[in-house]
Design a protein. Structure first.
Lengths: 113, 112
């Protein structure tokens, strides 16, 4: 069973479109995250969210919005896609406390054309 | 200010040779340190972590890292690398906001 699963794995779309990436974790973790990995492999946190608090990286454009229907899901919705949004997006989860580290999904490669 | 620094963007090494991937952290982050590995076209996998206790931590595939407080370092080492170790390696630290901050990564290429 996949611990953190993301869909789709690949997403190709045109500029200006709106798209969503889904993430689900079956680990019972209480915090979930979205990271963006650019073409230079640099990983940058976009959001962290638990059932109490959403923390947004201030550098993330407001075209990006996380949506959490329940504790096991954190979807990423992107409005008005731009070329610069092309990247690999990783979902992750963790349990409160640091003993377990983060568990990452396999990533979604988004290509905006 | 950069919290985690990986000075080497690429490290080529011959098979069965030793390797060290360098990581330095700033005093602004916690001393909860991690190494993650990303194999080609895959997600990130936790390799090892330092939380407290013994400063030398080991992974199941022969890697080890040593927490050095005086040098603010957490270098990753392996005495003899294999072709299958070719991957991107990321050092990371927990920030005060309890988020995982990553270094820029080191591409390890093992040459046959």
């Amino acid at each position: 069973d996949t611990a953190v699963s993301q869909t789709p794995k690949y997403l190709v779309t045109q500029m200006g479109n709106d798209k969503s990436i889904k993430c689900e974790q079956n680990l019972g973790h209480d915090t979930m995250y979205w990271y963006k990995q650019d073409s230079k492999k640099f990983l940058k946190i976009m959001f962290s969210y638990n059932n109490k608090e959403l923390i947004i990286n201030e550098t993330v454009p407001n075209r990006f919005s996380p949506k959490s229907p329940d504790k096991a899901h954190l979807n990423l919705h992107i409005n008005s896609l731009e070329l610069g949004d092309s990247a690999v997006y990783f979902c992750a989860s963790s349990q409160n406390g640091i003993n377990y580290g983060y568990t990452f999904g396999s990533g979604t490669r988004l290509t905006v054309v | 200010a950069q919290s985690v620094t990986q000075l080497d963007s690429q490290v080529p090494v011959f098979e069965e040779a030793p390797v060290e991937l360098r990581c330095n952290y700033s005093s602004s982050v916690s001393v909860y340190l991690f190494w993650y590995v990303q194999y080609p076209n895959q997600g990130l996998q936790l390799l090892l972590k330092y939380l407290s206790g013994s400063t030398l931590v080991e992974s199941i595939n022969g890697f080890e890292a040593e927490f050095n407080k005086s040098q603010t370092s957490f270098h990753l080492r392996k005495p003899s690398v294999h072709i299958s170790d070719t991957a991107e390696y990321f050092c990371a630290a927990l920030t005060g906001a309890n988020n995982l901050f990553f270094g820029t990564g080191t591409r390890l290429t093992v040459i046959p």
